[in-house]
Ligand binder design. Structure first.
Ligand SMILES: Nc1nc2c(c(=O)[nH]1)N[C@H]1C(S)=C(S)[C@@H](COP(=O)(O)OP(=O)(O)OC[C@H]3O[C@@H](n4cnc5c(=O)[nH]c(N)nc54)[C@H](O)[C@@H]3O)O[C@H]1N2
Ligand SMILES: Nc1nc2c(c(=O)[nH]1)N[C@H]1C(S)=C(S)[C@@H](COP(=O)(O)OP(=O)(O)OC[C@H]3O[C@@H](n4cnc5c(=O)[nH]c(N)nc54)[C@H](O)[C@@H]3O)O[C@H]1N2
Ligand SMILES: [Mo]
Length: 845
């Protein structure tokens, strides 16, 4: 065995969060939300924002004419409560609307070397970024830089590359539609499709499986369908923490008689019982019992489960699967088994049924039992619930997308729903529950390394340029390219690339090899302190901030998890007058790279300051005269080293105008992206725009043969070597991805620390450890060369927890160091963050 990385590449991970000695463990909670959650949220809000700002901002979350909650992508209910926010939405707002500031004094005081010793929690707690900063080659501290200089530095470095594919442009999922659309145009205008995004690590497997089988990479339900479902299967998702507003929708369904089945290795609080803080019943009567059945499945066992459901349905149809009791029920007329499948739907709308039926009939039940770790009786019980349901929805999140066989698993979910025609009718369908609040919108806007020809053709028509056709790097490929020196510039539109990606030490070394790393950010994180030779921080407005540009107060739009697009407008005064919106930053870069529109004035000559004042009467930002030629023809885009260039091979638009009036960007979007034709009108009327969804709206499937596809997927499930555990890396209740709000995971009963590993008590004993013991976690991965590689995360406290034998859980991002870069899902390339083979090691005293 050898370490996964040469020692010269390894940096020391920050140790300030090794707080295992402080960890306190109590009994996990069965109930989610309720009054304690609201109080906790209010306390965090007050700490970060003060009382007045708290009330002003929380009252505006998800209200008409307010801002879209940056917390998650779960859609809003039609009828909004006065305070349509949840505990974790409130924390997300507080984190952004904080009154703490990170200005030039902060950077003068703290060297980058010192900042590097801090974790994401500490960095995030310092407050909002207020001014552009640059770290020079060989510099020890960031220093302030004017906007124009910073942007010119970026444009010049990009122009200096030999090939546009040497640049990587990452996007996180909070970026608005308007900013995302402009950003992908910048990147394609520059000449590359290197547009990796957080989706690559998140729902890429869903997109891959759904596009192949139903012709659209999105779910097929609306919020109304959730309410009307007869059966909801919630698999691989912890909504009590990550999508708390979903619990209200589930409660509504439940009150109408729906059955809910939770499929999870962990008994997550919200799914067991939910107290709705917005109803008397929730507060006074102990809430609604949500899950009727909790299926404690083994990690990675879901493909086996859905094959078992399919097998049960097919056997019922053939009259093979009747138990003694069912035979009695059928003979007494109290139950029927015929009509299990929707043959009409199968014949009219699908292909591949016979092959699927044949393949499933050949899978032995004992394999399905081994794969799930559940007895056949339990699998049949779930199958029966599906058989009896008149309308079934399957919801899922990261527990299903971050495994090697995730795409196959999701295809098998599609198979099960197709059997009963559960797509394109009320109360039924596929429901991938998205994470970041606009991650789905960003994709719709073209943030994608593998754009379709249709999308590129539309861009070409609208902006009169030839976008590159060659596919770009996804997240993992981008890390490899930087590691190998074939990518030399990194730009992150939000997010925290260093901490969110797998194989932390490899990723850190990769970023350090770049010539320039640029982060457009609201708050400090590890991606600002682990950098290229030079680094630039561009501070930007968040969702809650008022955004005034030349054309007046701007709104942006976002798309939720169910394809509904609506406006969002921040109301709080921004943390500093020297912030630019993401749109403005990208528009100015476009102008620097592609030149101003013919006849248009460069954006920095437009006198917005005179007209626009922020709350405190200060100019919103200081403009520096624009004096450099926007495009140097001798080495500008037209003659960069990247192959033949068309004379008009840069997108043509009036960048300055777009910067100052986002409605003009929406006009371009309407011309390029199908479904946005009435965009501005809907937004103006305060309406939600529902994007067309073929499968949902009219059972129309945009696959090669126009049919939804049954697929045959050989059964896979993880086999755990002796003496090892399979580790999933997940979120605590006190974090938003790499943003750590605090050190408690209240529902799971873990307090005061994050370096814990949850293990089945029997495994703790069998492996020769004790609850409370401090261990190192060592991951083992066999590389392509057949050699076993090891990666180590130091000092974790063992916590005995209810999880299947052989399975363990620990928090992300502390454990990302254990996830091998090459361990990715088939087809989608998503890192396998939910299945990492590890062993525990005693720590040397
Ligand atoms: N407060 C808060 N809200 C968030 C986020 C946040 O960090 N904080 N993040 C946002 C983002 S980007 C996303 S993608 C979502 C993430 O939302 P989730 O997917 O809920 O997030 P995770 O914490 O990764 O939880 C994974 C869940 O799947 C279960 N699981 C793991 N492996 C398996 C498996 O093999 N099978 C089954 N059946 N279950 C499994 C885990 O036990 C856990 O309950 O939340 C979004 N909302
Ligand atoms: N091991 C493991 N790794 C994972 C996962 C896992 O479950 N396990 N989950 C994966 C998933 S699902 C996801 S989505 C990714 C998340 O990956 P990212 O999206 O890259 O990470 P975040 O932590 O959400 O990014 C937080 C940073 O975004 C910036 N930010 C916040 N709001 C804004 C804004 O409005 N504008 C701009 N410009 N910046 C803003 C702040 O500076 C903040 O520090 O992580 C993935 N990584
Ligand atoms: Mo995500």
């Amino acid at each position: 065995m050898r370490p996964a990385y040469p020692s010269h590449m390894a940096t020391k991970p920050p140790r300030t969060d090794i707080d295992e000695a402080n960890v306190r463990v109590t009994r996990p909670k069965k109930v989610a939300v309720g009054v304690p959650a609201v109080l906790h949220a209010l306390q965090i809000s007050n700490d970060q924002m003060g009382v007045e700002r708290s009330i002003r901002s929380l009252l505006r979350v998800n209200q008409k004419d307010g801002f879209d909650c940056p917390g998650c992508a779960w859609p809003e209910e039609d009828k909004r409560h006065i305070a349509e926010f949840c505990e974790n939405g409130a924390k997300a707002v507080a984190e952004e609307a904080t009154i703490r500031r990170v200005g030039p004094e902060f950077f003068a005081e703290h060297s980058v070397a010192e900042l590097e010793s801090h974790d994401d929690w500490w960095l995030g707690q310092q407050g909002r970024l207020t001014q552009p900063m640059i770290l020079d080659d060989g510099g020890t501290h960031y220093r302030p830089i004017a906007w124009d200089d910073a942007l010119r530095e970026i444009a010049d470095t990009l122009r200096g590359l030999e090939d546009p594919n040497e640049a990587i442009f990452y996007t996180s999922g909070r970026t608005s539609n308007e900013a995302a659309f402009l950003y992908q145009l910048l990147v394609r205008g520059f000449g590359t499709n290197n547009l990796p995004d957080c989706s690559n690590m998140c729902h890429e497997s869903s997109g891959s499986a759904l596009t192949e089988t139903i012709g659209i990479g999105k779910g097929t339900v609306s919020i109304g369908d959730i309410h009307e479902a007869d059966l909801l299967i919630v698999a691989g998702q912890n909504p009590g923490t990550n999508h708390p507003r979903m619990l209200s929708a589930l409660e509504k369904a439940k009150n109408r008689g729906a059955t809910i089945i939770a499929v999870n290795p962990l008994p997550e609080a919200g799914l067991v019982r939910f107290e709705n803080p917005q109803t008397v019943k929730g507060v006074m009567l102990g809430g609604t019992k949500l899950a009727d059945q909790f299926v404690q499945i083994r990690l990675g066992g879901d493909q086996a489960l859905f094959q078992a459901i399919g097998k049960h349905l097919l056997e019922c149809e053939d009259g093979l699967a009747l138990s003694e009791r069912q035979r009695v029920e059928v003979s007494t007329g109290s139950a029927t088994v015929s009509g299990v499948l929707d043959h009409e739907f199968i014949t009219a709308h699908t292909s591949g049924f016979d092959a699927y039926r044949q393949a499933i009939s050949e899978v032995p039940w004992r394999e399905l039992v081994s794969g799930t770790g559940l007895p056949e009786k339990t699998l049949r019980r779930v199958g029966e619930a599906v058989r009896l349901s008149k309308a079934t929805i399957v919801c899922w999140a990261m527990g299903l997308t971050q495994h090697k066989h995730s795409v196959a698993t999701l295809r098998d979910i599609v198979n099960v729903l197709l059997l009963q025609g559960n797509i394109g009718r009320t109360g039924a369908g596929l429901c991938p529950v998205r994470g970041h609040s606009n991650v789905q919108g960003d994709r719709t806007m073209g943030i994608y390394e593998k754009p379709s020809d249709a999308f590129l053709d539309a861009l070409d028509r609208e902006f009169d340029f030839r976008p590159p056709r060659e596919h770009g790097h996804d997240t993992v490929a981008a890390i490899r390219a930087m590691r190998d020196g074939t990518a030399r510039v990194f730009m992150g539109m939000g997010g925290n690339f260093v901490s969110a990606t797998p194989d932390t030490l490899v990723t850190e070394a990769a970023l350090r090899r770049t010539d320039l790393s640029v982060q457009v950010s609201t708050k400090l994180n590890r991606s600002h302190v682990v950098t290229g030779r030079r680094a630039i921080i561009l501070p930007t407005l968040g969702r809650t901030d008022r955004d005034r540009r030349g054309g007046g107060e701007q709104r942006v739009t976002v798309e939720d998890s169910m394809g509904a697009v609506h406006a969002s407008r921040g109301r709080l005064s921004p943390p500093s007058e020297d912030l630019l919106s993401e749109v403005a930053i990208v528009a100015r870069l476009c102008e620097l790279l592609f030149g101003p529109a013919v006849g248009a004035r460069p954006s920095s000559e437009i006198d917005v300051d005179a007209a626009v004042e922020v709350d405190h009467g200060q100019p919103e930002h200081t403009e520096i005269p624009f004096d450099a030629p926007a495009v140097d023809d001798s080495k500008g885009p037209a003659s960069r080293g990247a192959g033949v260039r068309h004379p008009h091979n840069a997108p043509q638009a009036d960048w300055a105008a777009l910067e100052h009036d986002y409605a003009l960007i929406r006009q371009h979007i309407a011309a390029v992206v199908p479904g946005f034709e009435d965009f501005e009108d809907s937004i103006d009327k305060g309406r939600t725009l529902f994007l067309p969804n073929g499968p949902r709206d009219e059972r129309r499937f945009a696959t090669a043969d126009g049919r939804a596809r049954f697929t045959v997927n050989p059964l896979e499930y993880p086999v755990i070597p002796r003496g090892r555990l399979l580790l999933q890396t997940l979120r605590s209740h006190d974090q938003y991805n790499t943003t750590i709000y605090g050190k408690d995971d209240r529902y799971r009963g873990i307090h005061g620390g994050r370096r814990v590993i949850m293990v089945n008590p029997k495994d703790i004993q069998v492996l020769g450890f004790a609850d409370g013991q401090i261990v190192d976690i060592v991951s083992e991965w066999t590389g392509a060369d057949g050699v076993v590689q090891e990666r180590r995360a130091e000092a974790f406290r063992i916590v005995g927890y209810s999880t299947p034998r052989g399975n363990a859980a620990a928090y992300y991002p502390e454990t990302n160091v254990l996830v091998p870069l090459d361990s990715v899902a088939d087809v989608s390339g998503t890192p396998t963050s939910k299945s990492v083979v590890v062993r525990l090691e005693r720590r040397e005293a």
